[in-house]
Design a protein around this ligand. Structure first.
Ligand code: FE2
Length: 398
């Protein structure tokens, strides 16, 4: 059901074999003079990507400075260091190269360049960026189809001192451009690819699992997208005999839509999965896609009874479940099939699958962070999940 809302998705997507050659001209057009290039240590750097980006900037007459060192679960300390480095070097544009972590870190650097207080205040929701503050623009060269951060207005950062991982969002954080050349995804390690595919599935599932049973155009688009992802695209991409550039292009495109609300604006979608998953990354530094797969099956088992019509339809349309007389039975079979698909991807579906064995104290710590991530004492659309509910979901996922 589309509720009253305003929808904005301003990021310009540049996709294809010539995308990287457009980086310089597009950034110049956008007013850049000196660019901070922010990246991590992925293998993609060794396939000429960074050189190509730099050449495009130089050919357009733009200056640049390197700021490497971003890690998965991007760190607050790196963002603070980057903000200072950018200011010291007179940077007026930030370009991330890599995956969602690089983009999120670039957004945090941009915030750090303009925000005067303790930067972590923005993530722990102790403060907000003042209206009228103009941020240093961010764009991203994306090589890892997963988080959708390249076209979203949020930034997820890990505070390594407190072991907390939180979300900050602001319309001013939308990247101006995201540049996607699918060729560079061909050399991604398989575990990154599967974690990315799992993450993409979670975004569209979250978007679909609204708290009502009214099925309209967006629900139909989401069903088609989810079914295509589980039944076709994931199988093509992970089969070396069928994998190809055209379908890698599809994967990059769909990943970039995961957090831009383009086929779910106005829907009251579920956000609880990510809130429950983030503290796992905060505490154990686990890769994002795997934190989601660890909790997703048991999270769904905890909430499906509160919206049987929607969960049953999800099972039928997305997971090809034959409808049963009892919609709850249909829904459970859908959750089983999702769990099997996650296992087929090679992702952990329990903490122990990832070699993690949280203590009661650690579960309490994570549940407290998850429950209060939105400045209330609960999360969730279909069912309000309080701290004790989240403790149970973690325990069910051991
Ligand atoms: Fe995600």
């Amino acid at each position: 059901m589309i509720h009253n809302c305003e929808y904005l998705s301003p990021t310009r997507r540049v996709i294809g074999s010539d995308a990287l050659d457009k980086v310089g001209p597009k950034l110049k057009e956008d007013g850049a003079h000196k660019v901070l290039i922010h990246y991590g240590g992925g293998d993609y750097l060794f396939h000429g990507l960074l050189d190509r980006v730099k050449k495009s900037l130089s050919d357009s007459g733009l200056e640049y400075v390197d700021f490497p060192g971003v890690k998965p679960n991007p760190r607050l300390s790196k963002a603070l260091e980057g903000a200072q480095f950018a200011k010291d070097n007179g940077v007026d544009y930030i370009l991330s190269v890599g995956g969602g972590s690089a983009v999120d870190s670039a957004k945090a650097i941009s915030l750090g360049m303009s925000y005067e207080g303790d930067l972590w205040n923005l993530w722990k929701k102790a403060d907000t960026l003042a209206p009228g503050v103009v941020l240093t623009p961010v764009s991203g060269v994306v090589v890892y189809p997963a988080t959708g951060a390249e076209a979203g207005s949020s930034s997820v950062i890990l505070n390594e001192e407190t072991h907390e991982k939180f979300w900050e969002w602001d319309e001013r954080l939308f990247p101006r451009f995201c540049f996607m050349d699918p060729q560079y995804t061909m050399t991604l390690p398989r575990h990154l690819l599967t974690n990315g595919i799992g993450d993409i599935m979670s975004h569209f599932t979250d978007n679909y699992l609204t708290d009502d049973a009214h099925f309209g155009i967006f629900d139909n688009l989401l069903e088609t997208t989810l079914h295509y992802l589980q039944a076709e695209l994931s199988h093509i991409i992970l089969d070396p005999e069928r994998d190809n550039l055209a379908d890698r292009t599809e994967l990059m495109a769909v990943a970039s839509m995961g957090c831009d609300d383009s086929i779910n604006w106005g829907l009251n979608h579920e956000k609880a999965s990510h809130q429950i998953a983030h503290p796992i990354g905060g505490l154990y530094d686990t890769i994002h896609g795997s934190t989601l797969s660890i909790i997703y099956p048991q999270w769904l088992r905890y909430i499906y009874k509160y919206n049987p019509a929607r969960f049953a339809r999800w099972a039928e349309k997305v997971w090809d479940v034959e409808p049963k007389e009892d919609p709850l039975e249909t829904a459970v079979e859908g959750i089983d099939r999702l769990t099997d698909w996650l296992k087929w991807l090679g992702l952990p579906v329990k903490f122990s699958d990832a070699g993690l064995h949280p203590t009661d104290e650690e579960i309490d710590f994570m549940a407290e962070r998850a429950a209060t991530a939105f400045c209330t004492d609960f999360i969730g659309a279909n069912r309000k999940l309080y701290k004790e509910d989240i403790v149970q979901i973690y325990k069910d996922s051991l």
